[in-house]
Design a binder for this molecule. Sequence first.
Ligand SMILES: [Zn+2]
Length: 497
Amino acid sequence: MIRFTRLAAVAGCLAFLAMTRAAVETPRTLLVEVRDIPASDQVKGARFDYSDYDRVGLLSLVRNTGMLLATPAELEKLQQDGFHAKLVMESPDKLTLYKRALYGPTLKLPSVYHSYDQINAGADELIREHPERIARVQLGETTQYHRPIYAYRISSDARQPQDKPGMLLDGCHHSDEVMGAEIIFTLMQKLVLDYGRDPEVTSWVDRNEIYLVPVINVDGHDIITSGRDPRWRKNARDVNGDGVAGVFPEGVDVNRGYDFNWGQGGSGDPASDRYRGKHPFSEAENRAMRHLLELKSFVLSISYHSQGEVIYFPWDWNGRPAPDDALIREIAGEIAHRITTMDGQGTYAIAPGGASSQSYAWLYGRKGVFDFLIETGKGTHLFAPEEVPGIIAANLEGVKAFMARTKGPGLAVHVTDSATGKPLAAQVWLPHLETEMIDRHYADATFGHLWRLLSPGRYDLIISCDGYESTVLDVVVGPGEWTPLGVQLRPSASAGK
Ligand SMILES: [Zn+2]
């Protein structure tokens, strides 16, 4: 979940606190379920305004049923006001109440969800049976417990890097937003097992090199899946250095650690849910993602989060849109319109996100990747078992729209040395489109390729590389699939001196 202002959270909190003054005096030891909450009571500022950052009162609100912490007086008031409120559990131990509210009656994560070990074991099985289709790549180790963070590479020959457009799907920057890991694990099996059977899947895999990172925040994910604490969002860093890690609310928000307007994102307060850490890439989880981007250039990516049924895209930078805003918006809309909301009444919304410290801002601003942050599901992070298949299936429809865009339109630029034919990591700049808001794009060093999504039309390009004469081109991008553009750069006269 991302959040641009604290106002909504504060409003929700105040709305609940306003129910009774007893809230500030009596500890909330009751877990209360309220059924059939009218839509008018769920809007912003209303009594049941669900907000992720309000971890005090309302803990979840799924399909008009809310779970909330209350005092006896608050419960009585709810009932007096005509709400269908009933006591679920009473305990002086808050964590027990959170477990009951978020995990369900077993107080453990339901077995429909997978631990990281289970995901990797499932992937191992796929690799054993289809070594040509899927390979594991270790990206790094986690900050606190030094667990391996893996990506899985899927292509027509996964045993070696391919000269093909890179597509990335990642999950669980926020460890309690476990739906991302489930969607990606399901997608992994589909891509490998349906290859050669389903023409659509076969074409996705043949055309692209797809990287899946099911869980970035592996330590946090383990805290969630092992049943220790259902609230855990950040990584497990022992922030205060007292030698005891995994004590709520310790940790660093892994989705506030990237170096694009880093200081303007999240919070500098270690107790905050959005604590950004001490400096950009202070966390090993962020360095693991940076390492992945050094291994492969990506064209498009999705980062799965929960919740809200909305797709955030780059960006709204203090009112200024991204240079590629029109095209990014178009693609976000295509993906969103394929994903049905849980109530079956509509599809996901789209909205630009702020341009700071999160993965989409960094991926787009620094790396040229069109990244979409998808907030899956509505009303909680840990959905009841019966909700999980529907949310996964809905989001796999979104993947179809995402994959449709991996064909273009756009430019497939290939830059080589005119004398030797060797590939060049040349800068490919579209000066009328790519403003100083974003870093320049480069062809990859291994193959000399850059795939650049563009709306059909006419573009100026400046292609340059140290030791070579720059070239200026006027290119027409067609409406169909990738428009190929081979560019040979001549070594500059002074190069050999
Ligand atoms: Zn999130």
